[in-house]
Design a protein around this ligand. Structure first.
Ligand code: CP
Ligand code: NVA
Length: 298
């Protein structure tokens, strides 16, 4: 595995290897006998805000023996219009790997192509692969194999997080239901291309019935702030709350990739009663991403 650019492009065997390695990585925290990034410098190049992704990668790189450098994309010449492919060719001669959070998926792919160093997608408008690998690790850690289970995503079904879930469902053989208004569902072309068992519906109750995992994400993703008012109106009702949880399996897990907006995509009481899962999920970003880094470094 050379890069982690998307769940769409990752091989199933790499995905399974990362999911398998994340558990031992978690168990061995603080006493790793291997330092696969020893002597290496990895850059985090971010054009969007981040708490979890930034901190978990900076800590993870250090714990594997490497040095992270954080570059706000606006502080480097990229922000003044230097092309990605030139930035990539310069950094590729100085650093050993890159973790990129930006808008266009193509920018991460172009960086990977021109830099010739391992490149990780830390969120684009199209995908959030590190998040979904972590979410699946977290589900499996608590409930066993995800194959054959039912995952229901509620909210903006066309943003990066549900799109990565779609590709994962087709690869790991679980059922994915997306409950979203028609305009916030993935395109039929994409669903046809991916295959797998993916059901899109406007009926949030039907989507939640019997689910093993209820999952949501913000209604207003980064970059969509101008649409805030419209989105809050359009997506009202596509919320995880107690009534929805009652329709799912009795032991349903509730997850949120965070940050959470209480009273919007999830109500405060449901968030707090599932906070243990949600913050385990946040912590697991560190362990899963260390498994990704190790696989890319070897
Ligand atoms: N879930 C997630 O990626 O969080 P951050 O935006 O804080 O990195
Ligand atoms: N869909 C959200 C995910 C945040 C981690 C966004 O892109 O802002």
């Amino acid at each position: 595995m050379e890069h982690l650019l998307s769940i769409e492009k990752i091989d199933r065997k790499d995905m399974e290897a990362i999911l398998t390695a994340a558990g031992p990585m978690k168990a061995a925290r603080g006493r790793h006998d291997r330092q696969p990034l020893a002597g290496q410098t990895w850059a985090l190049i971010f054009s969007k805000s981040s708490t979890r992704t930034r901190v978990s990668f900076e800590v993870g790189i250090r714990e594997l023996g490497g040095q992270p450098i954080f570059l706000n994309a606006n502080d480097i010449q990229l922000g003044r219009g230097e092309p990605i492919k030139d930035t990539a060719r310069v950094l590729g001669r100085m650093i050993h790997g890159a973790v990129i959070r930006t808008f266009a998926q193509n920018d991460v792919e172009e960086f990977a192509e021109y830099s010739a160093i391992p490149t990780i997608n830390a969120l684009t408008d199209a995908e959030h692969p590190c998040q979904i690998l972590t979410d699946i690790f977290t589900f499996q850690e608590k409930r066993g194999p995800i194959a054959g289970k039912v995952v229901t995503f509620v909210g903006d079904g066309a943003c990066n997080v549900p799109l990565s879930w779609i590709f994962a469902a087709a690869k790991l053989d679980f059922e994915l239901r997306i409950a979203a208004p028609r305009a916030y569902q993935p395109t039929p072309e994409l669903l046809k291309r991916v295959g797998g068992k993916i059901i899109c519906t406007e009926d949030v109750q039907a989507a939640a019935r019997g689910a093993d995992l209820l999952y949501t994400d913000v209604w207003v993703s980064m970059g969509m702030e101008a649409e805030t008012e419209k989105r809050l109106k359009d997506l009202a009702g596509y919320q995880i709350n107690d009534a929805l949880v009652k329709l799912a399996q009795p032991d349903v897990m509730v997850m949120h990739c965070l940050p959470a907006y209480r009273g919007k995509e999830i109500d405060a009481a449901t968030f707090e009663s599932h906070a243990m899962t949600i913050f385990d999920q946040a912590e697991n970003r560190l362990h899963t991403q260390k498994a990704i880094l190790e696989r890319l470094a070897s």
